[in-house]
Design a protein around this ligand. Structure first.
Ligand code: HEM
Length: 264
């Protein structure tokens, strides 16, 4: 296909790029960096460092440092979600409507790629607000109570473990999430600009994708045999295991894509 025809197809399918879309895209990457940057700080820096601190120092750091980092972390997650939706609203399809409501778009390769990225990001968002933050609140309350001379809460360690598992799983998901986020405009259009994936191909892709996502998320929530170490939780045992799992998952997900849609 020559360059002009390719341009026409892009404009037909995904609209002319516009300033508003670019503004939201820029803001989205900015706040996405804050969210995922802090996720990596927690996983790769804070957790290993806290493990080497004595209880008093750890309580101080939880009160003064982790609580601040968590504020930026959870609100950056909200800002990332909001700006992501704003991009979809600003992106126009061939008829001038918003891509968010253009059902055809979601059947294109770009649409399938961004749906995968968003599905992973929404799961990560739910982990932040429904698992990590509620459990970290207990950990922070316990640290502050002990610093004020109160009794340690015996449930705090279990709460910390639940938050840690969800956080490690988010780090694992993040590699694949970003692969599809960035790939939407910069790679997966190589499979075709207009929706060429058949219903059967899409069904195969989504069936494997949903199972993969559910199994990993159930593991993070402790539904596959509890929250202790070992077993399928070995991927959360330390940050190196999480990084390796995250990288392997990118390859696995890409193989699933090839399996469903073939080579570009
Ligand atoms: C929370 C839900 C999220 C939604 C609804 C969302 C939505 C979107 C959309 C619609 C795009 C444009 C895709 C395109 O047409 O090129 C995009 C791109 C992108 N997103 Fe997200 N996103 C989310 C989470 C994240 C997260 C957590 C990050 C982490 C940093 C992220 C980073 C990016 C990046 C780097 C791009 C590519 C920008 C470009 O290639 O120009 N997104 N996202």
């Amino acid at each position: 296909m020559d360059a002009l025809a390719a341009d026409i197809l892009i404009i037909f399918e995904r609209g002319v790029p516009n300033g508003l879309e670019f503004l939201w895209r820029w803001a989205h990457v900015l706040v996405g960096i804050v969210w995922i940057g802090l996720l990596y700080y927690f996983n790769f820096v804070q957790v290993p460092a806290f493990a080497e601190l004595d209880a008093g120092a750890r309580n101080q750091a939880t009160d003064k440092l982790a609580s601040r980092a968590l504020w930026w972390f959870r609100w950056a997650a909200v800002a990332t979600l909001v700006t992501g939706i704003l991009i979809l609203l600003a992106q126009r399809d061939g008829g001038g409507g918003s891509l968010l409501f253009a059902s055809d778009y979601w059947r294109t390769y770009a649409g399938i790629s961004i749906s995968t990225g968003i599905l992973l990001a929404l799961t990560m968002f739910a982990n932040v607000w429904l698992v990590i933050w509620p459990n970290q609140k207990k950990v922070i309350a316990n640290a502050r109570n002990v610093l004020a001379g109160g009794e340690a809460d015996p449930a705090a360690a279990a709460a910390g473990r639940k938050a840690l598992m969800a956080s490690r799983q988010n780090a694992i998901f993040s590699f694949t999430m970003l692969f599809f986020m960035v790939g939407t405009s910069h790679f997966f259009t190589s499979w075709g600009l207009i929706g060429e994936a058949s219903g059967g191909e899409r069904a195969l892709y989504w069936a494997i994708t949903i199972v993969l996502l559910l199994v990993l998320e159930c593991n993070a929530l402790g539904l596959l045999g509890g929250t202790g170490t070992g077993g399928p939780r070995v991927i959360y045992d330390n940050h190196k295991n999480a990084i390796i799992t995250g990288l392997v998952l990118v390859v696995v997900w890409y193989v699933v894509w090839i399996l469903a849609f073939g080579a570009p």
